[in-house]
Design a protein. Sequence first.
Length: 333
Amino acid sequence: MNAASAPGKVILLGEHAVVYGESAIAVALDLRTRVTVAPRTDGGGGTLVNGQPLNVAYHVHVVHALDVVPPGGPVLVETESRVPSAAGLGSSAALTTATVGALLAMTAGWKDEETLARAAYEVEWRAQGGRGSPTDTSVAAHGRGVLVDASPHERHLWTVERGTRRWHLHDLELPPLRIVVGNTLDRGRTADQVARVAKFVARTGFAREVIADIGRATRAGLAALRASDMLALGSAMDRAHNSLTTLGVSTPRLDLYCEAARRAGAFGAKLTGSGGGGSMIALAADAAPVVAALRKVGCREPLIVALGGPGARREPAEGPGRTESLGQPEASR
Ligand code: MEV
């Protein structure tokens, strides 16, 4: 039996625009997904995922992972996740990266973070119908903070190319950061949101200007992060949220939660991930009033999370029983 785990993430700045070559900042969470893989030895026919027959409608990431890293026969896959699913918090990248990690470990292909990040991106790319950037899978593999940039510079990790696009991924040093996460519990599908923005960008120059403005907000936020200037980082987050709203990927509930967080004293707030539901994040000197304000507007379980946890790793084969099955359709990260 082989096991691996990988963290969920938040995108601090730059989602959607990163698909078009703008910068993005993604940060690992201290919430992880763990996957074990073992050869099926009971003589039964096919692969089982959490005891259920492999089904492309429900296990799309596992199906593609088995294509990208073939295990050479039917396997038993078990998953356990603390990353809320379809919440914009990187659950599918964490699942993909941990599954690919466990398969690489099983097939003696586990070499380094880069091999894992590349294989995991290949899986995500296929699962999303040939769209999306390597941001989520890279942060799931590397952990800490990841800066996606237009050209390589110091702390360069790897460069990924797809068609005419090229993403340079870098390790990003972070000050100790905690943020508040408000999950709307509205499920949004990453593939749908990315496709929606792609249509908008193909149709209008205006959408491309909005994408460029998200890029500017990300660069301002990066300078603020490096200077530990939380006020400036918060205003970059507000600006990015406005642009994401203009792109059509926010929702009234995400806007409501962001506004409530700002009124409660947050430096800034924005949706995180692909939107269309999922979560918002707020940066605040004092998280307690923000958590209270989010509860007041209906957010059931605001979380205070530490940013910058470790990346993917091999795990001891034995572990706690699974807590989340793959028996429901996978949706947004
Ligand atoms: C989703 O977490 C981030 C997006 O930018 C899509 C991507 O980069 O693949 C919306």
